[in-house]
Design a protein around this ligand. Structure first.
Ligand code: SAM
Length: 186
C-alpha cells in the first residue's frame, strides 16, 4: 500500500538530487485537517511527511495554507517540527494571489485543497507563478474517472491538451486509489 508519505519520501529526495538543491521551500495548499486514523488513511497526513523530511535538510521550510490550519499547527508542534512551518489561514486562491503579489517563491508546491476542478485549476495557475524553477508541482486526487473526486477534472485534460510533461502516481486509501500529479518544471 503506497501512501502520500511514501511518494513524498521518494519524489522530494530524487528532485533534490537531480536539481542539486540542498534545501527546499515547500508550499502545501490544503494541510492536515485531523490527526485521527481515518484521515491519516484517507488524506495521508502529508503535512507531517513534508515536515519530517524537511527537518533533515537544513534551511528548508514548509508553508501551509488552509481555511483552518489549527490542527496542522498542533500536529507539527507536537513533534517538535513547528519551527520549520508557517501556516496561513484563509482561502487558498486569495492567499496564493497575495503571495504572488509579494513575490514569494517555492521549490515544491503540493495542491490538496478544495474538491473542485475549477478551483484546483486556478490554484495550479497561481502555483506556476509561485514556482522557483527548476520546481516541482504535485497534486492529490487527480483521478478523472472517480465518482466523488473532482480536483483533476479540469487540470489533467488541460495538461494533456497543452502537451505538458507530467506523471501520475497512485496512492492507496483503504477504499480506493488516488492519482498524484508529479510535474517537474525546468
Ligand atoms: C484533503 S484535506 C488536506 C489533507 C492534507 N493534505 C493531508 O494529507 O492530511 C483538504 C484541506 O483543504 C482545506 N480547504 C478546503 N477548501 C479550501 C479553500 N478554499 N481554501 C483553503 N483551504 C481549503 C480544508 O480545510 C482541508 O483542511
Amino acid at each position: 500500500m503506497t501512501t502520500i508519505g511514501d511518494i513524498i519520501r521518494e519524489e522530494l529526495p530524487a528532485f533534490m538530487e537531480s536539481t542539486k538543491k540542498e534545501s527546499l521551500r515547500v508550499l502545501e495548499v490544503g494541510v492536515l485537517r485531523n490527526l485521527d486514523e481515518e484521515h491519516r488513511d484517507g488524506d495521508g497526513h502529508s503535512t507531517l511527511a513534508f515536515a519530517r523530511l524537511l527537518k533533515a535538510h537544513h534551511g528548508s521550510e514548509l508553508v501551509g495554507v488552509d481555511l483552518n490550519p489549527g490542527e496542522a499547527r498542533e500536529a507539527v508542534d507536537r513533534e517538535g517540527l513547528g519551527n520549520l512551518c508557517t501556516f496561513h489561514a484563509g482561502d487558498s486562491l486569495k492567499v496564493m494571489a497575495r503571495m504572488v503579489a509579494e513575490k514569494e517563491t517555492f521549490d515544491v508546491i503540493y495542491l490538496d485543497c478544495d474538491n473542485s476542478g475549477s478551483a484546483t485549476m486556478r490554484e495550479y495557475l497561481l502555483a506556476l507563478d509561485l514556482l522557483r524553477k527548476p520546481g516541482l508541482i504535485m497534486g492529490d486526487d487527480m483521478n478523472t474517472d472517480h465518482q466523488e473526486i473532482r480536483k483533476g477534472r479540469v487540470l489533467i485534460p488541460y495538461l494533456c491538451e497543452e502537451g505538458v510533461m507530467f506523471r501520475l502516481r497512485e496512492r492507496h486509501t483503504p477504499w480506493d486509489t488516488r492519482d498524484i500529479l508529479i510535474q517537474e518544471i525546468r
